[in-house]
Design a protein around this ligand. Structure first.
Ligand code: 173
Length: 323
């Protein structure tokens, strides 16, 4: 009898284990990207999705449901925050309504690898957790500067008389140099330039040609400024609902995604060549004008973070900035 009881108990336990959700059950994450599918800015995330789906079989699958035509770029932060999607590839400039101090990421003087060691990532992630219910999984765009592109000459660190298409990335900087700014999503840049509604726009060094914008752009202003941040965010409840293996796997994939930021220097150099080959010229600011350009970019950027997020700005500057 005792033996039978033991056997029954063992069987029950066995059944319990086999009936319980198996640790290795695959989760499917619905993802959106804020950038034109196939374009240079979107590619790192697309490669990430391919890698996760190839190596995560039985564990994690990403279903990329679309780009900016699925969810407008400035809505993507809300969508991932509310769990309408599980994962988003989006820049902080598109979710400044939820996390105004996200502006500080472009001002970072450290690589993501350094920020993961010096506590910078913890602070960034904590702000994403608390203020927008997301987990900050990874950042691309490290080592990619932004530039001003123009159809009128810029020979000094002075943008008086120019109307410039912006997002929150560039607004404070261009306005500090007396430029007049209008905000549009990337999808409206071409027509804004074609119709002469703007004399120029901000954009990273990468991606001008695949968007066809060289057709409506005469020149680029050098030097570039800031560092692009395009981030992989997960809805925080979704992240917490994953098991340890799934989280560990995604962290490993995130580390890979950030490691390919090292490719950016070579991609940037190629883009410079492509722009020249397409007939775009360059206005290069030098000496005191260059200094003023870069100092204004940095100081106007931090002043803006201080204005919109006085609580977190000093902590962010301490962790992210070398000066
Ligand atoms: O739309 C933009 O100019 C912008 O803010 C941005 C940010 C990161 C990458 C590409 C564009």
């Amino acid at each position: 009898m005792k033996l039978l009881n033991k056997l029954a108990a063992a069987l029950a336990v066995g059944m319990l284990f086999s009936a319980a959700p198996v640790a290795a059950q695959e989760v499917t994450l619905r993802a959106v990207t804020a950038f034109q599918p196939g374009s240079t800015v979107a590619r790192p995330f697309e490669r990430f999705v391919e890698k996760v789906n190839a190596e995560g079989k039985g564990l994690v699958k990403i279903n990329l449901i679309g780009g900016p035509s699925a969810i407008p770029p400035f809505e993507i932060g809300n969508a991932v925050s509310a769990g309408v999607v599980d994962m988003a590839f989006v820049t902080t400039a598109f979710y400044s309504n939820l996390l105004p101090e996200g502006d500080a990421l472009k001002l970072s003087d450290y690589t993501m690898q350094e920020l993961r060691k010096n506590g910078g990532w913890e602070l960034i992630n904590e702000l994403h957790n608390k203020k927008m219910n997301t987990w900050y999984l990874a950042r691309t765009g490290d080592g990619v500067p932004f530039h001003l592109y123009v159809n009128k000459p810029v020979t000094k660190a002075d943008l008086s008389g120019l109307t410039l298409r912006v997002t929150p990335v560039y607004r404070a900087f261009f306005e500090a140099l007396n430029g007049y700014s209008i905000q549009t999503p990337p999808s409206e840049v071409y027509t804004t330039l074609e119709r002469g509604v703007a004399d120029g726009y901000g954009w990273p060094i990468q991606g001008i040609l695949d968007l066809g914008w060289h057709e409506v752009t005469k020149a680029r202003v050098d030097p570039g400024f800031y560092n692009v941040d395009v981030n992989v965010l997960l809805n925080l409840d979704k992240w917490k609902g994953l098991n340890d293996d799934q989280r560990a796997f995604l962290n490993k994939m995130a580390e890979w995604l950030e490691s390919i930021n090292a490719e950016n220097a070579a991609i940037n150099a190629e883009e410079v060549k492509k722009q020249a080959a397409a007939g775009m010229t360059v206005y290069t600011l030098e000496g005191a004008e260059r200094e003023k350009w870069l100092n204004t970019a940095r100081e106007a950027g931090w002043a803006q973070v201080m204005k919109v997020a006085p609580d977190s700005a000093p902590r962010l500057r301490e962790k992210l900035s070398k000066n």
